[in-house]
Design a binder for this molecule. Structure first.
Ligand code: NAP
Ligand code: GDD
Length: 325
């Protein structure tokens, strides 16, 4: 197709990569997704898109792979979503997290600067960067990262801003608050709860072990958030934006609402607290001030807390039931 826009996505096999690929395909983009070598097939989330997207092989740790890919594709838009994204693992694998989640951003920016400086760049920054800063958090809130993951994301954020200011690159940092979906990785608390509740509902287990129930998060739907990523790259000038729902709920509330969605009332008897799910340093409350995104991007979340919980629990019950459980 002449004049078809080309988008390059790192992290296409992840939750957000799959939704973003769907979103861009619907807008007639040619979509290229980078995957790293793995001994097993992990394309589950993009299986349904396999004949519509082009997979290219590279790794965030390997500068030459990223540079060659960008030189060859010459994308209009680059979405850097790849990262070691599980906060808890960043204490057990701090160096790998720093390499992928922090320095990986610089590798993509450096490749872009050298071989396709006219492209537009999106960096997947995180509300984790705010850490212990009081809620609600906006673009002006100072960062206080509380994990090796968050520290790495702060580096990724500032190197994005720095490459914009140093070299005039069209580089944006999207500071996204937690966003979930039935495609969320199983280790994250929302999917873990939805899965556990579905198993209890189907009589497959009678226990759900969790860590800190008091932490509050601003949970939105991943499908809504990929639109915000795209909108950032359609603006006249590159900038940074906070994206969330402006509502926060505790992990306890997420669990209670999930049991309620499955029609289970006496939920407390199933939940056990296990210290192995606690973190060396916790982030107690994240809640987004999305004034800037509303005003400048004309963006707002469509799916709110209760609807999100219901969607995730029902998807888990359907998935497990279809496996014959
Ligand atoms: P995810 O499901 O964990 O996906 C992470 C992706 O990164 C996967 O495709 C993974 O590939 C890839 N990856 C990891 N290390 C890599 C490497 N060395 N080279 C190439 N690819 C690598 O994460 P997500 O929830 O979609 O989040 C997307 C991005 O947004 C991440 O950067 C995350 O930190 C950030 N973020 C997420 C949220 C959220 O609530 N979801 C909020 C704020 C920011 P494999 O399949 O090979 O592992
Ligand atoms: N994973 C997990 N498992 N978390 C638990 C559990 C448990 O059994 N019990 C309580 N929690 C609490 C965690 O301590 C944390 O306060 C909260 O639930 C959310 O944990 P996660 O779902 O693992 O997400 P996260 O907030 O640490 O990080 C996610 O959101 C960030 C944006 O704020 C990830 O997607 C990051 O990549 C993202 O940047």
């Amino acid at each position: 197709m002449p004049n078809q826009k080309k988008a390059f996505i790192t992290g296409i096999t992840g939750q957000d990569g799959s939704y973003l690929a769907e979103f861009l395909l619907a807008k007639d983009y040619k979509v290229y997704g980078m995957t790293r070598r793995s001994s097993t097939d992990n394309l589950e989330r993009i299986e349904h898109l396999r004949d519509k997207i082009e997979i290219v092989h590279g790794d965030l740790i390997d500068q030459s792979s990223i540079t060659s890919i960008l030189k060859e594709i010459q994308p209009d838009e680059i979405y850097n979503l790849a990262a070691q994204s599980f906060v808890k693992s960043s204490w057990s694998e701090p160096l790998a997290t720093g390499e992928f989640t922090g320095l990986g951003v610089l590798r993509v920016l450096e490749a872009m600067r050298q071989v396709c400086p006219k492209a537009k760049f999106y960096q997947a920054s995180s509300s984790e960067m705010f850490g212990s800063a009081p809620a609600p958090q906006s673009e002006k809130t100072p960062f206080h990262p509380r994990s090796p993951y968050a520290v790495s994301k702060v580096f990724g954020h500032y190197i994005t801003v720095n490459y914009r200011e140093s070299y005039g690159l069209f580089a944006c940092s999207g500071i996204l608050f937690n966003h979930e979906s039935p495609r969320r990785g199983m280790e994250f608390v929302t999917r873990k709860i939805a899965n556990g509740v579905a198993k209890i509902k189907l009589g497959l287990t009678d226990e759900l072990s969790l860590g800190n129930l008091d932490a509050k998060r601003d949970w939105g739907f991943a499908g809504d958030y990929v639109k915000a990523m795209w909108l950032m790259l359609q603006q006249k000038n590159p900038d940074d934006y906070v994206i969330g729902t402006n509502e926060s709920h505790t992990v306890r509330e997420f669990a209670e609402e999930s049991f309620c969605a499955a029609g289970i009332k006496d939920w407390q008897k199933y939940v056990k607290i296990d210290s192995k799910f606690m973190r060396p340093a916790e982030v107690m409350e994240l809640r987004a001030d999305i004034t800037k995104a509303k005003n400048k991007l004309n963006w707002k979340p469509e799916i709110k807390f209760k609807e999100l919980v219901k969607m995730m629990v029902e998807a888990e019950i359907t998935r497990l039931s279809s496996k014959g459980y």
